[in-house]
Design a protein around this ligand. Structure first.
Ligand SMILES: C[S@@+](CC[C@H](N)C(=O)[O-])C[C@H]1O[C@@H](n2cnc3c(N)ncnc32)[C@H](O)[C@@H]1O
Length: 277
């Protein structure tokens, strides 16, 4: 997993250093799809940040640890709200770019499972789609380190996958299990919201799986795990066209789902607090 992410960052920077989204979202990189996914994440994170704004009055001056900061999607968001941010990631390339781009903040190449910060060093720890990429035993070690590094009365924001789907690089849990795991480190859930409903993509996935089954004469076609299927150039172009069109059409339904959930979410945004001593 670590080698996988190091390689994802390296090749994303070689391909297009200005594209901050593909290493954090979909590394094969349909830009329309990644922009839509980023929008959907932001709808969930906006609620978490609004919650903290209400609790603290403002995030200005708060110390924030952004674990698995990647190319700095949330590091920048916290910095723009006046926080002092420390970003950690396993990718030396991503970290050295961020250190150049945001010299007033701190960036460290480190695993989220490793100790390294003094206990209670941060007002807030943020993990946006990071724990979900760690195998179970690493999720536990990461949560222990995160719990220790938060001040008494401080917060932990997590945006993680909660829908089982066939992807060898994602280790999701139901929202209830995420809460159980995180609360077992001593943190307490304060609020949570479903996000990334992605209803058009899910409808498309169901339709195309049905079509594949029919064209295979009713035999189940293995999907997801193992070697990725290779497609001809024309099929790739068609796929890219379909994904781009679905992404563009997905903004309004996604926004509606945040008002009235029309489907189960694929991610959950959660705010936890470390009890005051
Ligand atoms: C899906 S990306 C999310 C990046 C960023 N949080 C965002 O939302 O834009 C997951 C990130 O976690 C990092 N990562 C994966 N395993 C890690 C580990 N054990 N310790 C620290 N970072 C890790 C990857 O390098 C990658 O940047």
């Amino acid at each position: 997993m670590l080698a996988f992410y190091e390689q994802v960052h390296r090749s994303a920077i070689e391909r297009d250093a200005a594209d901050d989204l593909s290493p954090a979202l979909h590394w094969a990189g349909n830009r329309f799809f990644n922009r839509f996914t980023d929008y959907a994440h932001r709808l969930g994170m906006r609620k978490a940040l609004a919650y903290l704004d209400t609790e603290w009055g403002s995030l200005k001056g708060r110390s924030v640890l952004d674990v698995g900061c990647g190319r700095g999607r949330w590091t920048r968001e916290f910095a723009s709200r006046g926080c002092r941010v420390t970003g950690v990631d396993i990718s030396p390339e991503a970290i050295s770019r961020l250190a150049k781009e945001m010299p007033q903040h701190t960036f460290v190449v480190r695993r989220v499972t490793e100790a390294g910060f003094p206990p209670g060093a941060f007002d807030l720890v943020n993990s946006a789609t990071v724990l979900q990429h760690l195998p179970d035993e690493s999720q536990w070690s990461a949560l222990r380190q995160i719990g220790v590094s938060i001040k008494d009365g401080g917060y932990f924001v997590a945006l993680e996958n909660c829908s089982a789907f066939a992807n060898p690089f994602v280790f999701p849990h139901s929202p209830e299990d995420w809460v159980r795991m995180i609360e077992s480190t001593g943190l307490r859930l304060r609020a949570s919201w479903g996000c990334n409903f992605e209803i058009l993509f899910r409808a498309w996935a169901r339709l195309s799986a049905g079509l594949r089954r029919r064209s295979a004469g009713g035999t189940e076609v293995a999907a997801g795990r193992g070697a990725p299927p290779s497609f001809s150039r024309s099929r790739n172009l068609l796929r890219s066209f379909v994904y781009s069109s679905l992404a563009v059409a997905s903004y309004a339904p996604e926004w509606c789902c945040h008002q009235v959930p029309l489907a189960a979410p694929t991610h959950v945004a959660m705010v936890f607090q470390k009890p005051k001593a």
